[in-house]
Design a protein around this ligand. Structure first.
Ligand code: NAP
Length: 297
């Protein structure tokens, strides 16, 4: 596969929801002949006004370019659209930027391989206004040579954050879920804290700067705990599991006394209880990985 001159490389975008429109707009503005298709044709109007070409059918859209990017609601929609068009996709590079699970990504990769479609699965760690800026992170997995052949074109969506992960098609989806999990973990912690401080009439805007300082401190824990997790050894260089367990009990009790929801600290506390029962009283907080690796208790 040869590297394609980015500015001239044609690209097709299937799906023009909020994200698909941002993708098509970025390709068009970067000089790519861009063909688009959407179930509801009216949504193509803004990108057509920018220079994209609206195809009359998905098949025509696929025929227009060697690189086909699909971004619709879910994998059921992807497969519903593309399964009947496997023949039209043969030999093309299909990049699926629809959010889904690693299982769906690997199943779609198996379908693509069966039909000689070159398949890259991707995950967009950004919102539509971030597309084509340095804030956009896009993760890709699948055959590296296919990624490299189209890296310059895909870079239109945010060159700085365009990241190839691995040949395992499921990895972009797995990273997506893992990173979103971090986002929700942090946000829920912030919201629980804001509710707690709200009982003393502290505004969330007053809390936010210190909350952000704490989030930065946690990045140091992530850096310190990652090698412990990889090695399976959890020296408590900072604080033992027992210290965390007691502090979590304080947070849960405080929440209950003040009449706010304590499910989050109660869950965290239960995890530390289980870790202590498993012999990790003197281990670092990283030993909780062993609880997360198990199915639900
Ligand atoms: P959206 O605005 O709701 O658009 C959904 C798109 O899917 C529309 O183009 C819709 O077509 C199409 N679609 C749904 N079912 C279909 C079907 N059965 N057949 C054909 N087309 C179908 O969603 P979005 O924000 O663009 O998100 C698209 C994907 O990007 C999702 O997987 C989402 O998780 C992911 N993503 C979004 C964001 C974000 O911030 N928006 C961020 C990261 C990832 P119609 O226009 O005809 O309804």
């Amino acid at each position: 596969m040869t590297n394609t001159n980015a500015a001239q490389a044609p690209v097709t975008v299937v799906g023009l929801g909020l994200m698909g429109q941002a993708l098509a707009s970025a390709f068009t503005k970067n000089g790519h002949p861009t063909t688009v298709w959407n179930r509801t044709a009216a949504k193509a109007e803004p990108v057509v006004a920018q220079g994209a070409t609206l195809a009359g059918s998905v098949e025509d859209a696929i025929a227009a370019s060697p690189l086909v990017v699909v971004c619709v609601s879910d994998y059921t929609a992807v497969r519903g659209l593309l399964d009947p068009l496997a023949g039209a996709l043969k030999g093309k590079v299909l990049v699926n930027l629809t959010t889904g699970t690693s299982t769906q990504a690997r199943e779609t990769a198996a379908w693509a391989a069966q039909h000689e479609v070159v398949y890259l699965d991707g995950a967009i760690m950004a919102i539509p206004p971030d597309i084509a800026t340095d804030a956009a992170v896009l993760l890709y997995s699948g055959p590296k040579e296919a990624f490299e052949a189209h890296e310059a074109t895909l870079g239109s969506l945010g060159a700085a954050g365009t990241t190839y992960l691995d040949s395992d098609h499921g990895l972009s989806a797995l990273y997506d879920m893992s990173l979103l999990g971090i986002m929700w973990g942090i946000l829920n912690g912030f919201l629980q804290g804001a509710a707690l401080l709200g009982t003393a009439k502290v505004k969330a805007t007053t809390f936010a700067p210190l909350a952000n300082t704490m989030i930065n401190v946690v990045t140091e824990y992530v850096t310190a705990y990652a090698p412990q997790i990889d090695e399976g050894k959890y020296p408590a260089d900072d604080a033992t599991m027992t210290v965390h367990q007691e502090a979590l009990e304080h947070l849960a009790e405080e929440s209950e006394t003040l009449g706010i929801n304590s499910e989050l600290p109660r869950f965290f506390k239960a995890l530390t209880d289980r870790a202590v029962a498993d012999g990790h009283a003197g281990s670092s907080y990283a030993a909780l990985i062993e609880q997360f690796r198990k199915p639900n208790a």
